[in-house]
Design a binder for this molecule. Structure first.
Ligand SMILES: Nc1ncnc2c1ncn2[C@@H]1O[C@H](COP(=O)(O)OP(=O)(O)OP(=O)(O)O)[C@@H](O)[C@H]1O
Ligand SMILES: [Mg+2]
Length: 254
């Protein structure tokens, strides 16, 4: 059984077909890339999987169970975590506090109550704190653990989002352009970290990325969308040389 299956996932926004009959299966342990030019429908696929949008038609299965249209908080509780293309952190909270909030979500506490009880909970809950510190070390954020997230450089904010998503202890981690805005060294470091999340921590990774070097060096399977339609699927060596993919990317700065 696949960990996640999208079967003919389709979304219409008014007259626009943002994603048309997308069909793919992600197996446990996959490093799976979702690529395509701007506006291809990549983030919309994440939104269908995580319940932000209900597909107009088609379905999503997680561990063989249909989760189509399940609300985002319940999808998270089932074991799917995500990061956002436009970083969403709690700007006034420290790195450590942001990750602890992620840990609360695992216990199905609502986000609002997690925030209200945060001060006392941080004082009391040594375990969550220790777990958060472990993740902070894995994501190389130890030196900034007490810094407000708003004061972090961009690349570290992206790493923090991953740490926070990991704190929910997901089986499947969805990363929306994790290397965006990073310099080559930062993106190389991130690549190693993401691979480690799979190799050492058993996570299954689905990631959207425009940085072709990052995708080709990291992902083992790549699904390519263009104007909401699948145009290619396969290992990096196949995708790299696919005329349809090259054509779709012509005129795009990648
Ligand atoms: N809520 C919405 N309402 C209307 N149109 C939308 C909505 N969300 C996305 N779209 C449209 O759907 C299409 C796909 O958008 P999506 O954000 O999924 O693209 P993407 O592949 O993630 O692109 P990018 O690489 O630029 O992030 C675009 O034409 C976009 O304008
Ligand atoms: Mg997007």
């Amino acid at each position: 059984m696949s960990l996640l299956e999208m079967r003919k996932g389709t979304i219409h926004f008014g007259g626009l077909v943002a994603v048309s009959e997308a069909t793919f299966a992600i197996e446990k342990g996959d490093l799976f890339g979702l690529i395509g030019p701007n506006g291809a429908g990549k983030t919309t696929c994440f939104n269908m999987i995580t319940g932000v949008y209900r597909p107009t038609s088609g379905s999503v299965y997680f561990k063989g169970k249909q989760i189509t249209g399940t609300p985002p908080n319940r999808v998270a509780a089932l074991g799917i975590a995500r990061t956002f293309q436009n970083i969403r952190l709690f700007p006034a909270l420290s790195v450590l506090e942001n990750v602890v909030v992620g840990g609360f979500l695992r216990h199905r506490t609502g986000l609002a109550s997690a925030l209200i009880y945060l001060p006392s909970a941080i004082a009391e809950t040594d375990r969550l704190r220790a777990e958060a510190m472990d993740l902070i070390r894995i994501l190389d954020l130890e030196d900034v653990a007490d810094v407000r997230s708003a004061d972090l450089p961009y690349g570290k904010q992206r790493r923090l989002e991953i740490a926070r998503a990991m704190a929910t202890q997901p089986e499947l981690l969805l990363l929306d352009e994790p290397a965006a805005g990073m310099n080559p060294q930062e993106s190389e470091d991130l690549l190693r970290t993401v691979r480690r999340l799979r190799d050492d921590f058993g996570k299954t990774i689905l990631l959207i990325e425009h940085d072709m070097r990052f995708v080709m060096n990291l992902c083992e399977k790549i699904f390519v969308l263009d104007h909401g339609e699948e145009i290619a699927f396969g290992p990096p060596e196949k995708i790299r040389n696919d005329p349809g993919v090259i054509q779709a990317y012509l005129g795009e700065a990648v």
